[in-house]
Design a protein around this ligand. Sequence first.
Ligand code: FUL
Length: 495
Amino acid sequence: MTWPVRCSMLVLALAVSLTALSQTAPAPSGPLPTARQLRWHEMEMYGLVHFGLNTFQDREWGDGDASPQLFNPDQFDADQIVLAAKAGGLKGLVLVAKHHDGFALWPTATTDYNITRSPWRNGGGDIVLEFQRACARHGLKFGVYCSPWDRNHKDYGTSLYLKAYREQLRELYTRYGELFVSWHDGANGGDGYYGGARERRLIDRTTYYDWDTTWAMTRRLQPGAVIFSDIGPDIRWVGNEKGFAAETSWATFMPVAPDGIGKAAPGYSKDAEAPGGHRQGQFWIPAECDVPLRRGWFYHEDQDNTVKTAGQLLDLYFKSVGRGANLDLGLAPDKRGLLHEKDVSALAEFGQQLSRMFGVNLAASARFEASNVRGKDLRLFGPAQLVDQDRYSYWATDDNVTTAQLTINLGFARTFKIIRLRENIKLGQRIEAFAVDAWIGTGWKEIATATSIGANRLIRLPENVTTSRVRLRITQSPVCIALSDFGLFVEEGVR
Ligand code: FUL
């Protein structure tokens, strides 16, 4: 080999290894989200529709003995409900296909206690299908909630009921297209009609439902759907029905039984641990914050004045989506089969405020300076990745750099009130603490500190800040940084 050839080969080898070095992404850290969980995180908000015999009885929990003849929503319009949800920024709807009273909103072969026995459309209707089709028409995802507790079923408490319950799920999983979630609540109050027995039936929540077998079926028939329950396996209940996660909330979680020792199960877990999750949790099980738009989950005329205002919804948005969780907002169609006008306008106003607020990122055209960029590779790991709207492109630091700072030069004085950060969660939840400073007068002034970020972290400052320079300091992380988003937003006209 001649000298020039040897030389150029050396240069080539060097170039190749340098490129390889600079292009190495940080190693993932801790539990990681699955593809179906990533899609769920991207949704941020969806709705939970409660509608059924309860609506016609003015009740939250029916006993399971009401006549199907009561169900007759003469103006039912799934499009009206779905469009109202869409205007509110909701990206999907979960329909309660069967609540605890056992009344099935679809023509199921598993029980007579279903919609075919109602006068609505002469028994030929299918509410589940109507919602699924309306969601598809308007670009929303669709999911189902089928209550495990069934106060109508005569076999509730025996293995015969469990067979019927699984068959109900099988029908729902196979007739209504691709579902984004299979939602399972943990309630079981004991008393019920139970085919006329009218008694109290208690089951062992840790064994009776044999969830692992059911969820294996979910995976087989709906591989793209996340499974929600108090404890996951994909999404955990946040532990309250008020719509908020803890200020520090980890997507990582380890289900714990109420006694702290036994096996946890849906309806049998330590709720108090759910709002915050566990930093050292073994699984990626982020929180869903469910809360009704009105006081109750079902429609009650005397609750027309309890519809949350757009301002209240925004507050909940900050305390759920803004803490890395998702918001699941309860919608309650009325006896007509429509969302009440008040609910429709609250949703519309909320949606408008959200799009106004997050429409313009004041940091989008800023000049970023990072104290460290992984492998000095600005193209792959530079701070420009923070404003490209891609949740998975990111600013990263070298492996040994676990604290870093970023200066955001806005060019001229801007006023903002909201700060948004996101991590590239494909690499796990990494950052544990950070601070934000603003250049005020002649120096830096700390304007915010916070902890967990994960899929999303929103900070709503107590007042507007006006500055031309902002500084982000990542102050604690066990591993190098992989931040995907930095945003500054205005809050105006929020009622
Ligand atoms: C709970 C139920 O008991 C409520 O009625 C409602 O459906 C709520 C979303 O889940 O477990």
